[in-house]
Design a binder for this molecule. Structure first.
Ligand SMILES: [Zn+2]
Length: 142
């Protein structure tokens, strides 16, 4: 899974730093580590010879292992907290009851309410990394 950060350059809505997306892919092949091929022999006449990895059939990833591969989940938001620090909002459907606006989170824990923490932390890390890259890019430009 990769996290894509889309910066909120126009500061609209205010306080929103970025949108974030989760991009899903098939897992890297554990046998060849994504190299698509393996060394067949370390010694002897065939030493150093390589062949197509049989575990992943030369794809480098385990094709079909992740039903979500090729899809992305959008609708995450990274926000600046008024009290300092950052907050992540999850994809949600807006609805209203008696004119009062509410939202219903679409990515929910099945049982363990801390299950969201990992995704939240990964998004915050991805945003911090993005910020760092932008800062160093600006330093190069200056
Ligand atoms: Zn492989």
């Amino acid at each position: 899974m990769q996290i894509k950060i889309i910066p909120n350059d126009r500061n609209n809505p205010p306080g929103k730093l970025a949108d974030a997306e989760l991009h899903f892919a098939d897992p890297i092949c554990p046998a060849c580590n994504g190299d698509r091929e393996l060394t067949i022999a370390e010694t002897g006449p065939l030493a150093g010879a390589v062949g197509k990895c049989a575990t992943c059939d030369g794809h480098g990833v385990l094709v079909g292992a992740n039903a979500l591969a090729g899809l992305k989940l959008i609708g995450f938001g990274v926000w600046e907290r008024r009290t300092g620090g950052r907050n992540v909002t999850f994809p949600a459907r807006q609805y209203s009851v008696n004119g009062e606006r509410r939202s219903f989170a679409l990515l929910r824990p099945i049982i363990d309410t801390t299950a969201q923490d990992r995704v939240r932390d990964l998004i915050l890390e991805a945003f911090a990394e993005y910020e760092e890259q932008e800062t160093s890019r600006d330093a190069v430009r200056a």
